[in-house]
Design a protein around this ligand. Structure first.
Ligand SMILES: Nc1ncnc2c1ncn2[C@@H]1O[C@H](COP(=O)(O)OP(=O)(O)O)[C@@H](O)[C@H]1O
Ligand SMILES: [Mg+2]
Length: 442
């Protein structure tokens, strides 16, 4: 005999609509914090409780990113009472098997990342919830749809949520075509932010105030939920489907470089790059952190690359730095390595990066970012919804178009820290050694 548990969740707006929805593919789109993930998780949990032996999946592009966000809401809000009562038990997984929540009625919710696809794709499910579906490729999405055939529930569903992205994103197009039902979630749907009568709660005022401090495309997407492209994008050729790649074992003989942009209130960015024999650059590690002393950054990176003083990877051929003399001296002292001042000219540096992002003769670009490069997400920046790594900065890095500025010459100096480090890296390889040839007129 199980006693009834009391669980309170009152969905509003799109969150209520998603509960009633039986479409095979449904996407909750909306700005940050409207309750999209909560609604999807609540529905998944309700489906598992109501149908003994059902199988669900909670998935994101990478397992690591799932843990830090979605599963907290699951554990602390959605399945909290069931977990405390012992009706839902966590199973940590094994080498072959994905981790899962197991229900006393025989239902299971598997938890996984598409970075380890064999663990999640070898099973069949009744319902799948994809967090931040924007990160997936269309192939990932279609592969997931083929896994929906467990047949323990009268309908099978691919549920997903996302913040809006560019209007040309495959997921938006899929919704425009009618293959995926898109529901629009709003801040007013979330009772934590808005009262029933439409007035802001105290937390709501604080949260919306924070979102209103965002600028440009981040404001349009994360505050207003609009599928818009940034205007005046500097790196127009950046395409996450091409430039953002899965981790691979980096050969020990590839050269390594570090590039650094110092900050304190703004983040310090430390990027570790590998260069293949054809000269392509791969960003494979990134520290992006505010309010940390240079000395502590130095100790941190040494712990990563040389735990216990033993180097696990090749030493950088150069450490290319922002010019701050004091920061450089501190860094050198604590690393025991010398540094080099970056070529900081903006215009030619940007052009060099642009050239690398465009596909070369062989169809491949000459700059890549390994998608799990970020060492840890800065909670302060995440909380403020600011970019937390290079891949998040690059899509909002735009030209300053204020009156009086010459077109396409100066970037907006905001959320540009990883962009600076990245440019220093490329300038080092593509501009540094180049003789400055001046073509003289006849
Ligand atoms: N109907 C609701 N009742 C109570 N809390 C809610 C409700 N909807 C959302 N929340 C809470 O608001 C916060 C943000 O919700 P979340 O689902 O993470 O937003 P999103 O995925 O849209 O960014 C979470 O703490 C969540 O538990
Ligand atoms: Mg969410």
């Amino acid at each position: 005999m199980t006693t009834a548990l009391r669980h309170v969740y009152r969905p509003r707006g799109a969150a209520a609509d998603v509960f009633a929805c039986r479409a095979p593919e449904v996407l909750l789109s909306g700005p940050a914090g409207t309750g999209k993930s909560r609604a999807a998780l609540e529905k998944l949990h309700a489906m598992m409780l109501a149908n003994a032996g059902a199988r669900g999946l909670i998935v994101r592009k990478t397992l690591v990113s799932l843990g830090s966000t979605g599963l907290v809401t699951w554990r602390e809000k959605v399945a909290a009472e069931s977990i405390v009562a012992g009706h839902v038990v966590w199973y940590g997984g094994s080498q072959q098997e994905a981790a899962a929540y197991r229900y006393s009625n025989g239902s299971t919710v598997v938890v996984g990342g598409l970075d380890k696809p064999q663990k999640v794709m070898s099973s069949e499910y009744d319902a799948i919830f994809v967090q931040e579906a924007i990160e997936l490729t269309v192939d990932d999405w279609e592969a997931l749809t083929t896994r929906l055939r467990n047949g323990r529930i009268s309908f099978q569903q691919l549920l997903a949520d996302c913040n809006p992205d560019t209007p040309t994103h495959w997921l938006k197009r899929r919704a425009d075509r009618g293959d995926t039902l898109m529901l629009h979630s709003r801040h007013e749907d979330n009772p934590v932010l808005f009262h029933e009568d439409g007035g802001l709660t105290e937390m709501g005022a604080d949260y919306i105030g924070k979102l209103d401090k965002l600028t440009g495309v981040r404001h349009a997407r994360l505050r207003h939920g609009k599928w818009v492209a940034a205007e005046g994008l500097i790196y127009e050729h950046w395409d996450p489907a091409i430039h953002l790649i899965d981790r691979f074992p980096i050969p020990a003989e590839w050269s390594r470089w570090w590039s650094i942009d110092f900050g304190f209130t703004n983040p310090t960015v430390i990027q570790c790059w590998a260069e293949d024999p054809d000269g392509r650059l791969y960003l494979y590690r990134e520290i992006y952190k505010t309010r940390t002393l240079v000395e502590d950054h130095a100790k941190h990176i040494l712990r990563l690359v040389a735990p216990g003083g033993q180097w696990k990877e090749p030493r950088p051929r150069a450490i290319i730095c922002d010019h701050d003399a004091e920061d450089r001296a501190t860094l050198e002292r604590h690393l025991g390595l010398s540094t080099k001042a970056a070529a900081k000219t903006v215009s030619d540096g940007i052009q060099a990066v642009q050239a690398r992002l465009r596909p070369a003769g062989d169809g491949k670009p000459r700059l890549f970012v390994l998608r799990d490069s970020l060492v840890e997400r800065d909670p302060e920046l995440e909380d403020a919804k600011r970019p937390t790594c290079a891949a998040e900065e690059i899509v909002g890095y735009v030209w300053d178009t204020s009156p009086g500025k010459p077109p396409k010459e100066t970037p907006v100096k905001d959320n540009d820290h990883a962009m600076d480090a990245l440019r220093y890296m490329v300038a080092q390889r593509d501009l540094g050694a180049m003789p400055r040839i001046r073509i003289l007129g006849r």
